[in-house]
Design a protein around this ligand. Structure first.
Ligand code: ATP
Length: 362
């Protein structure tokens, strides 16, 4: 129950190809987050799973049942999926309880069972005290909880959420995000969650699927995607500030970074031994640029341009050896704009990319 299998799924809007041969298996009970830049096809993919769009290629199964393909199209209402959108619309003239019960009533669920399910969902979502109110008497976050509850109360095999928190302010958004995660842990419903917010993606997901221009670029746990991005796009999309990229140039003795020969960790060295390139890009996360460099680290001068103190840590934007760069360091710093700070690169987690294709070298 709740498994979603996509195999070679394609979708065109006239001349425009919105989805390009998407292969993706979502396990029962998994929370998969779809991320990517605006227009990459996230909502389209979600809508095809919901049955709100047909597909032009491949096939799609939900709970083992073929729901879309060359010879099949199961309409949305028969797919046993529920969807919550960014612009959720509650029925304004109905109470919270009636809003929650609406889908059940439409399905002919008996009054006693309806009441029981609504009570259960209200308890789960902390809406018990609000059941008699009308939507206009609720805060944005409470309304969103009702929208989630209304979809979940039907106990769908798969729950689809399209940017459900984007209308909420930051505090409510963080709070509702934690609630959703807790809810998922308790219910273990398969969830597919679309967002362009990378913090939401990293904190909520069992696995993240990164999309770009209709392609699925990488699928993996948040930790894996952060540490081992498959290409430059994924590397720069997840993580704030984005991963730094520095150019390395081949020389007789090895590889030069800023005219100095670089001593790379063994794994990276092994990758470069097989690499025919004259130039590669070295990806270094901002937290791997250290203002108090160890003697063994490759060193450079970081020119400070902008300082963002966040309390527990500081993000500093500037340049390193002429390339734009950013670093993240614990606590606060007493630097000023235009200061030149000696820094070291911790290359233990560094990633290498091909400059032409952007693909990770391995
Ligand atoms: P956003 O984060 O901005 O919501 P998205 O990743 O969800 O973007 P989609 O809404 O899936 O992107 O759109 C993918 C592409 O398909 C876009 O270029 C969009 O313009 C196009 N598209 C979506 N729906 C239609 C449609 N009904 N007709 C034509 N083109 C469409």
């Amino acid at each position: 129950m709740g498994q979603v299998e996509l195999s070679g799924v394609g979708k065109r809007f006239e001349q425009y190809t919105a989805l390009q041969r998407i292969d993706l298996d979502i396990a029962p009970g998994e929370l998969l987050v779809l991320v990517g830049p605006s227009g990459c096809g996230k909502s389209t993919l979600l809508r095809t799973i919901a049955g709100l769009e047909t597909i032009d290629a491949g096939e799609m199964r939900i709970g083992g049942r073929l729901v879309a393909g060359a010879k099949a199209f199961v309409p949305a209402r028969e797919r046993d999926v529920a969807m919550v959108f960014q612009n959720y619309a509650l029925y304004p003239h109905m109470s919270v309880a009636d809003n929650l019960a609406f889908g059940l009533r439409m399905r002919g669920v008996a009054a006693k069972e309806r009441r029981h399910k609504v009570q259960e969902m209200a308890k789960l979502l902390g809406l018990e005290a609000l059941l008699e109110r009308k939507p206009a008497q609720l805060s944005g976050g409470q309304q969103q909880r009702v929208a989630v509850g209304r979809a979940l109360v039907r106990d769908p095999q798969v729950f689809l959420l399209d940017e459900p928190l984007s209308n909420l302010d930051t505090e409510l958004r963080n709070q509702t995000r934690s609630e959703l995660k807790r809810l998922h842990q308790r219910l273990s419903t398969t969830m597919i969650y679309v967002t362009h917010d990378q913090v939401e993606a990293m904190t909520l997901a069992d696995r993240i699927a990164v999309m770009e221009k209709g392609h699925l670029r990488q699928v993996g746990t948040p930790e894996r995607i952060y540490a081992e991005p498959e290409n430059v796009m994924v590397a720069q999309f997840l993580g704030h500030p984005p991963m730094n990229l520095f150019e390395l140039v081949r020389c007789e003795r090895g590889w030069l970074w800023q005219d100095e020969t670089l001593v790379l960790p063994e794994a990276a060295q092994a990758v470069l031994e097989h690499c025919p390139n004259e130039r590669v890009r070295l990806g270094v996360r901002p937290e791997a640029i250290h203002p108090h460099p160890g003697a063994a680290m490759p060193q450079g001068q970081f020119t400070v341009e902008l300082i963002e103190p966040l309390g527990n840590e500081t993000i500093v934007f500037g340049s390193l050896g002429g390339s734009p760069a950013s670093l993240r360091t614990p606590g606060s710093v007493d630097w000023r704009c235009s200061d030149s700070i000696p820094v070291g690169l911790d290359l233990a987690g560094a990633v290498l990319f091909d400059p032409a294709s952007g693909a990770r070298l391995r």
